[in-house]
Design a binder for this molecule. Structure first.
Ligand SMILES: [Zn+2]
Length: 296
């Protein structure tokens, strides 16, 4: 696991075992706040050791940015911490999260000790402020990558832990294209010192604007290309002609995993646009019938 200092007492940990997924830690005189907890206990244990062993600080709070396994499986290692997240994260961890863990434990022995920990402190809308030892962490809902995603800002330092809202290729298979676009647009002009992505390298101040534009260009380009395929009546095999680099993204980021994310993105969009087209085709559907009833 890699460890990096991004501001005074703000650390980022990057997994070497799974897709360069990141976790963060903010150390204060009164204890630490951990943001996300990595999937494999062997690496999470290194974070525990660093904070509690080396710095002698208790971890007071763990923030779950969303319910996905690669961000939450380590949470149970922070025995005495209060777990914080969005209301939907609690609901999704309790349902699909538990089912996913059961399935994963059948094949991955290294997950045997993992337990699902539900956030005890949850919020819905607005900004949730967490105060500890002179640090204020602000959290708010940012759906798109998943319905429950949040981002966290270290106030003062102006460092944004964006979780999977910002990753080398925006990925919305468990969320929505529209929400992802709105969320990324809302981050424009935030004047951040750095953005910690959910996966991959920390984005530095001077790179942030260009990176957000690149992400939005990617999203709009794949949408246009998929719309063309749907309008031409072509089948899903045509989706392979949508090249990731033509959409403005590297094909080698995250050791090539981005190509799979991209393929899934275009497939999800294709299915969505087909359903929208078929749902609104005149004379075909209940959509029309229902509209007539309502109008009547
Ligand atoms: Zn992730």
């Amino acid at each position: 696991m890699l460890r990096e200092l991004v501001a005074t007492n703000v650390f980022v940990f990057t997994s070497e075992l799974y897709a360069q997924v990141t976790a963060g830690a903010i150390l204060t005189p009164e204890g630490a706040i951990v943001i996300d907890t990595l999937p494999f206990p062997v690496e999470t244990q290194e974070i525990v050791q660093f904070i509690e062993g080396r710095h002698g600080l208790p971890v007071k709070y763990v923030v779950n940015t969303h319910y996905h396994a690669d961000h939450t499986y380590g949470t149970s290692l922070f025995k005495n911490a209060q777990v914080v997240g969005h209301r939907l994260t609690r609901e999704l961890l309790d349902g699909p999260g538990r089912e996913g863990l059961k399935a994963a434990q059948r094949t991955a022995r290294e997950l045997a000790s993992v337990e699902i920990c539900l956030p005890e402190v949850v919020f819905d809308e607005g900004v949730m402020n967490l105060h500890l030892g002179g640090v204020t962490l602000q959290m708010w809902h940012m759906p798109g990558h998943s319905p429950d995603s949040i981002v966290c800002k270290v106030k003062g330092e102006n460092i944004l832990f964006a979780a999977d809202t910002v990753m080398p290729v925006p990925f919305f298979a468990d969320g929505s294209w529209e929400d992802t676009v709105n969320s990324l647009e809302s981050l424009r002009g935030g004047n951040y010192e750095s953005i910690v992505q959910g996966h991959g390298e920390v984005i530095l101040r001077g790179e942030i604007d260009a990176r957000l534009e690149e992400d939005l260009y990617y999203l709009h380009t794949i949408r246009r290309r998929v719309e063309e395929i749907v309008e031409a009546g072509e089948g899903p095999e045509a989706l392979s002609t949508i090249d990731i680099e033509e959409c403005g993204k590297s094909r080698i980021a995250l050791n090539g995993i981005v190509q799979q994310l991209h393929a899934t993105n275009v497939e999800v969009l294709y299915r969505q646009l087909l359903a929208e087209r078929d749902g609104t085709r005149p004379g075909q559907g209940q959509g029309v019938a229902r509209e007539n009833v309502e109008a009547g």
